[in-house]
Design a protein around this ligand. Structure first.
Ligand SMILES: *Cc1c(COP(=O)(O)O)cnc(C)c1O
Length: 382
């Protein structure tokens, strides 16, 4: 048996929509881009949505749009995909990491104030695995200190925190979604900036299109820009996927519930923690923790890696997720970061495994994964 870690959910409707575009004369900057942006803005409930060619591009544009530059500091989480702090380094600003909450694995709001300096410009929370960070507390801190909140909602399309959607302008000055094929919805590659702020929206629109001005005159460039545009094929795919989002979220919830039921029986596995009351979850990945908290860090890594090897041998896709950003060699060297600085993140980093998670996972596959996990954990004890 081979079970993939992730897989997009593409129906005849998506194929038809992309076919229609490819038979048309407009493959870029056309009606599908506008339609996708409008549909997304309405869905999140924001004034502006700007489609780009990746989530990373969207984050980069926001760092530029908020004028975060040489020597500025942005407070963020080390337990994330690398793009959420690379975007800060692109502009020669400095990511200031603070540790995470042990249960949600999101940035710990209690540690943010202690990291603020006169150079701090923004807070960049990440909605890890689809669960929104504590956005109301973060918003309050940001308001008290005059900071911007840039939400990396690349993993949380459709999730809610205290009744508001991830990416909502109530909490974040701007947010970014991503549509790589492993995300809830895909455009192949792609991303979307959402904001209520007219100026930020204008700057992002201009910079994604080579810095062209408002009129979009082709050879008039008002500022440094990029080619971060989303093409029409991707936008057409995105429109259909977004219309199917509720269906997709429901399918993913059912798979998560199957795993929750079956894996709860296995000693040595900690299920994903979803904050009761406040979080409505749109599942991005399903990440378990393995081993025991009592064993040494070395032993924890050993058990986790052993379990992953065994899953791999059984044809089961899996990944350590996330690998802490501050322990990436490039970050250690550039920012003088070391093991021991963010212990909660490091613990999560050495005990977590993302297991196969997508819309097509069956009950039989859940059983197969569960049995493989059970056997591997039992064998890891000897
Ligand atoms: C997917 C993702 C991104 C953006 O990824 P792209 O591949 O550039 O679209 C950014 N941050 C997080 C946390 C992500 O999971």
């Amino acid at each position: 048996m081979k079970i993939h870690l992730s897989r997009p959910d593409i129906t005849a409707k998506e194929i038809e929509a992309v076919n229609e575009v490819i038979r048309s004369p407009i493959l870029a900057l056309g009606p599908k881009l506008k339609e996708f942006e409008k549909t997304m803005a309405d869905y999140i409930g924001v004034k502006h949505a700007i489609a780009v060619n990746s989530g990373t591009s969207g984050l980069h544009l926001l760092i530029r749009a908020f004028n975060i530059t040489d020597g500025d500091e942005v407070i963020t989480t080390p337990f994330s995909f690398i793009a959420s702090s690379n975007c800060i380094i692109y502009e020669r600003a400095k990511p200031i990491f603070v540790d995470i909450e042990p249960d949600t694995a999101n940035i710990d709001p209690n540690l943010i104030e202690g990291a603020i300096t006169p150079r701090t410009k923004a807070i960049l929370p990440v909605d890890a695995f689809g669960q929104p960070a504590r956005l109301d507390v973060i918003r309050e801190i940001a308001d008290n200190y005059g900071l911007a909140v840039i939400e990396d909602s690349c993993e949380s399309l459709g999730s809610e925190y205290k009744g508001l959607k991830a990416g909502s302008a109530i909490f974040a000055d701007a947010a970014v979604f991503a549509f790589y094929p492993n995300k809830q919805i895909t455009t192949g590659e792609g991303g979307m900036i959402v904001t209520d702020d007219e100026e930020i929206a204008f700057l992002c629109k201009s910079m994604r299109n080579q810095g062209r001005g408002e009129a979009g005159v082709w050879l008039s460039h008002e500022r440094l820009g990029y080619n971060y545009r989303m093409n029409e094929l991707s936008a057409a795919l995105g429109v259909v996927q977004l219309l199917r989002l509720e269906e997709i979220i429901n399918k993913r919830r059912q798979v998560a519930e199957m795993y929750n039921r079956r894996l709860a029986e296995i000693p040595g596995i900690k299920l994903p923690f979803i904050a009761p009351e406040v979080t409505k979850m749109s599942w991005f990945v399903y990440v378990i923790r393995v081993g025991t908290d009592e064993s040494t860090p070395e032993r924890q890594s050993e058990v986790r890696n052993y379990v992953m090897t065994r899953l791999g041998e059984a044809g089961i896709g899996c990944r350590p997720y996330f690998t802490p950003i501050h322990l990436q060699p490039f970050y250690e060297e550039k920012l003088g970061l070391r093991e021991g600085m963010f212990p909660i993140t490091e613990h999560a980093g050495r005990t977590s495994i993302a297991i196969p998670f997508h819309n097509h996972i069956t009950e039989d596959e859940v059983e197969y994964v569960a049995e493989a996990l059970e056997e591997a954990l039992a064998d890891s004890i000897v």
